[in-house]
Design a protein around this ligand. Structure first.
Ligand SMILES: Cc1ncc(COP(=O)(O)O)c(C=O)c1O
Length: 446
């Protein structure tokens, strides 16, 4: 029997009367079934109609300990009740969280705290411009760094079979000044044959190359380690800084983030999401030499709410968990995620549905393939993703899971996340639903 969403619908109508679109983020605007949440706990949440869901979206990644982790709740409440919400003066949590981050992440001598990933990457790009005295930033197609004029630069391209020969054209979102397009150079990910020439051509204007060290905003695309090494080498040779946007990968892919996992050290890194386990906190940092510009206020970064003690109390707890129990913490994510990835692939193969599950056990995606995708199709960047991915099959699959109480994001360009709260029960229940959802895909779309 179909689940009822009557209360969600009514509440959403009410919200929409005063909140434009019913959501305070473009990314969360509901185009399908409205869903209003009542509460979450562990790996699950419940909507206002009382429907239960296993949550593999986890607030777009931050909830690495699951919903409402008792240690985080206690630390945040204690901070608020016993010591206060904010001082705008330094406090002991600045030291505790800063020291843990610097210890955990290879590329960090110093950090600065921010409130969101968008702020952190904005600050990182400004820092790179201040340090180098140059203006342009090279970003890659399909990489996401935030929603402001500077970061939200997409591209217009016609995907071709080889996908590299056509120059991408910066495409600005409505409301952005057109001059922003002049500050960006766009490159294609995983295309070593032309990145060297691109960086060399723009080296006198380029302040930095920014990337997600693992593409997670285009489904999930595993990174060729040689490619990251190449980016490191080329930027160093050209006098251009390398920024790793680790807002998703930081403290998730490994304690040391993607830079720890791949052993490639960027000049500046950004963090968010898992760093706060659900509280709003982000950070950027780098070598002492680069961060000296922040220390001396040569480059501005600020904000009333930066380094909020309540958020840092959450960071302090989650970082302690990761550092003190590194083996079991990441072992657990790896175990759960590996079982899920294998189970998803096995179900697709068994039902004769063309799909490939790719990514890492900490964050992954299932790509359904278009009928005309070649047998040797490889999804390794935005272009191949657009060329081969079948978002219709993904939508049918996602809706069938949703109906069975398993929540994954409706966008095929998003991804599955797991947490410490996910265990055998969630894997078993989800894979049972996956089996039925895959049968639905086969029945409806072949
Ligand atoms: C890689 C990456 N960078 C930056 C951001 C922006 O972070 P926030 O939404 O916290 O502003 C995101 C958000 O999803 C992201 O995935």
């Amino acid at each position: 029997m179909s689940r009822s969403h009557i209360k969600s619908q009514a509440l959403f109508e009410r919200i929409k009367r005063t909140v434009a679109g019913g959501e305070s983020s473009y990314a969360r605007l509901r185009h399908g079934e409205p869903l209003c949440m009542a509460r979450g706990e562990g790996a699950r949440f419940w909507d206002v109609d009382g429907n239960e869901y296993i949550d593999w979206c986890l607030g777009y990644g931050p909830l690495i300990l699951g919903h409402r982790p008792p240690k985080v709740v206690d630390a945040v409440v204690e901070q608020l009740r016993e010591r206060g919400s904010m001082y705008t003066f330094p406090h002991v949590l600045d030291a505790e969280v800063g020291e843990k981050m610097v210890r955990a992440v290879p590329g960090l001598d110093q950090v600065r705290f921010a409130n969101s990933g968008t702020e952190a990457t904005l600050a990182a790009m400004r820092l790179a411009r201040g340090y180098t005295g140059k203006t342009k930033i090279l970003k890659f197609e399909g990489h996401y760094h935030g929603w402001t004029d500077q970061q939200w630069i997409s591209l217009d391209f016609v995907p071709g079979s080889s996908g590299t020969e056509r120059a991408p054209v910066p495409l600005l979102i409505n409301g952005s000044p057109s001059v922003m397009a002049e500050t960006v150079v766009i490159g294609a990910w995983h295309r070593p044959e032309y990145i060297g020439e691109l960086i060399a051509r723009h080296r006198h204007q380029l302040a930095a190359v920014i990337c997600e060290p693992v593409m997670c905003n285009c489904g999930v695309i595993p990174t060729d380690p040689e490619w990251l090494l190449l980016l490191r080498q080329l930027t160093q040779e050209a006098g251009v800084l390398l920024i790793f946007d680790e807002v998703i990968t930081g403290f998730r892919l490994a304690l040391g983030g993607a830079q720890g996992h791949f052993d490639v050290r960027p000049d500046i890194s950004t963090f968010g999401k898992a760093l706060g386990a659900g509280m709003p906190v982000a950070a950027f940092g780098g070598s002492a030499e680069v961060m000296a510009l922040e220390a001396e206020n040569v480059v501005y970064h600020g904000g009333t709410y930066t380094a909020m003690p309540m958020s840092l109390a959450a960071s302090n707890v989650v970082l302690s968990e990761m550092i003190d129990h590194e083996g079991s913490f990441y072992g657990h994510l790896s175990d759960v995620g590996s079982r899920m990835m294998a189970g998803l692939q096995e179900a697709a193969d068994r039902h004769g549905v063309r799909a490939v599950v790719q990514g890492y056990p900490q964050v992954w995606q299932i790509f359904f393939l278009l009928d005309d995708a070649p047998d040797d199709a490889v999804i390794d960047n935005l272009r191949s993703c657009v060329a081969y991915q079948d978002s219709d099959r993904y939508s049918v699959f996602q809706a069938a899971l949703f109906e069975r109480g398993v929540y994954v994001h409706p966008g095929s360009g998003e991804r599955w996340f797991c947490s410490q709260a996910h265990g055998t029960a969630e894997v078993t229940e989800t894979l049972a639903a996956v089996d039925e959802a895959m049968a639905t895909v086969k029945r409806e779309l072949g």
